[in-house]
Design a binder for this molecule. Structure first.
Ligand SMILES: [Zn+2]
Length: 221
C-alpha cells in the first residue's frame, strides 16, 4: 500500500484519459472538485472525490494494474466520498482543527432537489471501504501539507428510488456540501470531463461548457 500511495502522489500533475477517452488533466480535475472558503482566520475545505478520480489519477501508472484501479473505483462507486477540513489560524501561526466528531455533526449534502443527506457512520459502510479509505488517508493528508492533519473523510449514500446514484460527475446537476457554516457548491458535469469544443474561425480548442468563442464571438462547434 505504501508503494501505491507514493505512485498516487507522483501522478499529481500528469494527464490521463477518462472513460470517454477525453484527455483529462489531473490539475484541472482537482480544481473542480476542491473548494476552499476563507473568512478572517477561518479556513474551510471540501474535496469531493468522484469515482472517476481514481481512473484519472492512476490509469497511466505502470505500478498500479488496471484491475486494482477498477477495484478502488468499484469500492467507492456507491458512495459520495467527501474529504473535509476546517481550521482556525491562531495569532502564533499554529492551527486549531475542528475535531472529526464536530465536523461530522455539521456536515450535510443538499442535492439539486433540496433534499438533505447526512454522513454514514463507520458501521454503515463496508469494512473494505473503511480500510481502503484509512490506507489512502496519508496520501490525501500529504496533498494538504501541514493542514492535512485536520482532514477527515465522510461517506454519503445519495440514490434515487431505483438505487442509482443521484450525483454523477458526467451528468448535468448540482449539489452543495455544507459544513462549518459554509456552503460548497458543485456544478455538474465536471467541465474537464466534457469533450472540448472548437472555434470555427481559427480552430482553437475551447472549454466544453462554453457556447461562444470569447475572442471572436463565434458559436462554438
Ligand atoms: Zn475564436
Amino acid at each position: 500500500m505504501k508503494k501505491l500511495l507514493m505512485v498516487i502522489t507522483f501522478l499529481i500533475g500528469f494527464s490521463s484519459f477518462c472513460q470517454e477517452n477525453i484527455k483529462v488533466d489531473v490539475v484541472d480535475y482537482i480544481k473542480e472538485v476542491q473548494i476552499w472558503k476563507k473568512q478572517g482566520n477561518n479556513m474551510s475545505f471540501t474535496f469531493w472525490i468522484p469515482t472517476s478520480y481514481w481512473e484519472i489519477a492512476l490509469k497511466d501508472s505502470p505500478s498500479v494494474s488496471p484491475g486494482y484501479v477498477n477495484y478502488i473505483s468499484s469500492l467507492f462507486q456507491d458512495y459520495v466520498f467527501i474529504c473535509a477540513l476546517d481550521l482556525e489560524i491562531n495569532t502564533n501561526a499554529t492551527m486549531t482543527y475542528t475535531l472529526e466528531q464536530d465536523l461530522r455533526n455539521s456536515i450535510s449534502i443538499v442535492d439539486g432537489n433540496g433534499m438533505d443527506y447526512f454522513p454514514l457512520e463507520n458501521d454503515q459502510i463496508t469494512e473494505e471501504v473503511f480500510l481502503m479509505s484509512e490506507s489512502l488517508s496519508p496520501m490525501f493528508a500529504q496533498m494538504l501539507g501541514q493542514m492535512g492533519e485536520g482532514m477527515h473523510f465522510y461517506f454519503f449514500e445519495i440514490k434515487d428510488k431505483q438505487g442509482n446514484n443521484i450525483i454523477d460527475e458526467y451528468t448535468k446537476g448540482e449539489f452543495t456540501v455544507k459544513h462549518s457554516n459554509h456552503d460548497f457548491k458543485f456544478q455538474l458535469p465536471l467541465v474537464c470531463l466534457l469533450p472540448p469544443k472548437t472555434c470555427p474561425k481559427d480552430g482553437a480548442e475551447m472549454k466544453g461548457n462554453w457556447n461562444y468563442c470569447p475572442f471572436h464571438g463565434e458559436k462554438l462547434e
